[in-house]
Design a protein around this ligand. Structure first.
Ligand code: BDR
Ligand code: CA
Length: 311
């Protein structure tokens, strides 16, 4: 199988970090052209450093990391330190990574890379606020239709919100950017809370991962233990939703998920539903603007993570 050419736009972030570890470990399936970072869970300097830290743990120094937007398009920044810890990366010891950033203009890197590669060959995985993506599309609207697809973690329909009653964090943190991304003009697959709450870091799943003696598996297991403790504190639930890795898991093994065509819009007006994703399933194929994930095989996602991080 030809590897998927991939750019990962992220805000690590504990679950972004697991998504990166999974992607970095999938050398034969994914050709990672670059990682771009955005302010979100933590400020830009921390998310950019955290992506480089994870790259170092995964021993993939050849993959360039670019930082990008330091704040959302229009709204005020919202960080999520409660869930990711003060460093943004939970229990991972913070050191200055050996390899520096490749640059600080992530939107331009996204534009240049998509224009350089043949049309419809590059996939963009988005696991943070969509600010870099929206800025890239503003710089060069032609890149939208040149993309093979966008795979994004964001939004909520049946699950309700995780930052307000009806809004999911990534969309709420930059709703205007998410809406601009929906208008990109390429296929979009969206993994919101409806499915990420079906992929839980249950203790026995973490035990199995922790038994794998690789730096990637050890880091991912430590992160999951941290997230479980935070989740238990906040919601008294046993097992935290593993949000961002769903995007990478779907690229690696699509049959782990069920998706439905939908017309998705973001509430961008400031009010009680700010950042809400309105998901309309009653559409004909040509009215749909996205595939919306509704089902996930949680055990299967963990089996995949264990298989890849053992390598
Ligand atoms: C999303 O919000 C962030 O805090 C996580 O990294 C994930 O991307 C889940 O709502
Ligand atoms: Ca994230």
């Amino acid at each position: 199988m030809t590897p998927v050419k991939l750019i990962i736009d992220c805000d690590p972030g504990v679950d972004d970090a697991v998504a990166l570890l999974l992607a970095f470990a999938s050398r034969e399936a994914l050709d990672i052209l670059g990682v771009t970072t955005v302010a979100g869970n933590a400020g830009l300097e921390r998310t950019a450093r955290n992506a480089r830290l994870i790259r170092q743990i995964a021993n993939r120094p050849e993959i360039p990391v670019y930082s990008g937007a330091s704040r959302p398009l229009l709204r005020d920044p919202v960080e999520a330190g409660d869930f990711h810890g003060p460093s943004g990366i939970g229990p991972i010891p913070v050191v200055e990574p050996d390899v520096p950033l490749a640059g600080d203009d992530a939107p331009q890197f996204i534009v240049d890379t998509i224009r350089r590669e043949p049309p419809n060959t590059v996939t963009l995985a988005v696991t943070g606020p969509a600010t870099n993506v929206a800025l890239a599309l503003r710089l060069a609207p032609d890149i939208g239709p040149r993309l093979r697809q966008i795979v994004v973690m964001g939004g909520a329909r049946s699950a309700g919100g995780n930052i307000t009653a009806s809004a999911e964090y990534n969309v709420y943190a930059d709703p205007h950017a998410f809406q601009e991304m929906l208008n990109a003009g390429c296929p979009i697959a969206i993994f919101g809370l409806d499915v990420t709450y079906q992929v839980l870091t249950l203790p026995e799943r973490i035990d199995a991962l922790e038994a794998i003696d690789t730096p990637g598996a050890q880091a991912a297991a430590a992160i999951m233990r941290f997230s479980n403790a935070v989740e238990a504190d906040h919601t008294r639930r046993d097992g935290a939703p593993l949000h961002d890795p769903c995007t990478i898991a779907w690229l690696l093994k699509p049959d782990l998920f069920t998706l439905r065509p939908a017309f998705v819009q973001v509430e961008t007006h400031n009010g009680v539903a700010f950042g809400h994703t309105a998901v309309e399933f009653r559409v004909t194929p040509d009215q749909a603007n996205a595939l919306w994930a509704v089902g996930a095989d949680g055990a299967g996602v963990f089996a995949l993570i264990n298989q890849k991080l053992a390598l």
